[in-house]
Design a protein around this ligand. Sequence first.
Ligand code: CTP
Ligand code: MG
Length: 225
Amino acid sequence: YTLAVIVPAAGVGSRMQHSAPKQYIRLAGKTILEHTLAKLAQLKQATSIIVAVSDDDPYFDSLAFIDQRIVRASGGKERADSVLNGLLALADNPPDWVLVHDAARPLVTLADVEHLLTECISANEGGILACKVKDTIKRGSTHSEQTVPRDDLWQALTPQLFKYHDLTQALQSALAQQVTITDEASAIEWAKKPVKLVAGRSDNIKITTPEDLDLANFLLQKQHS
Ligand code: CTP
Ligand code: MG
């Protein structure tokens, strides 16, 4: 099979409330985006690593050059638009499979990514890393109205792996019909195609708010020691 990687990195990081977009915050010696790209570059079988970056982003081109396979593409308005731009950048020579991974998840392990690839490619189905919800989950606005049964609840992580053509078609038609798409799997579900749930490590966190930074810094340092 052939494989390409797409990294959506065109967000502004509004919840982080930092001057630069959060993917450019330095933790454990380099930016979050450089940590993420260094992890993905360990995938020897990937032929290209497309990074969707905002056109007015002044930071990306001055990052340390990590790998020959890294290509800059244009970001879009929403995450799904950024991913679709990445897919279209591959249209001339499409791979069989695409692995989509958030720039904001530098803690992913190569072992988890390899596990996702093995499970999905052997089953010939797309899928995602996910972890079982651990906390008791409540529904309500000011008071809890209900405790939600969590036996079949998962937290979606990235990477998410799908066939190139399945994902491109699903995203294009879902976006055209203004369906809310928060990850690749939501577009594939909407297209009524299977999404395999592959258990991944729960410390593969998406760095989102300031309180995530100390934990991510600690975990990155631990991975490098
Ligand atoms: N992303 C993107 N294009 C967008 C929005 C988000 O490529 N238009 C990327 C982000 O850079 C990030 C990933 O999608 O790597 C996950 O999104 P999120 O954590 O929501 O990041 P931001 O959108 O930057 O943060 P916020 O929602 O707090 O503004
Ligand atoms: Mg966002």
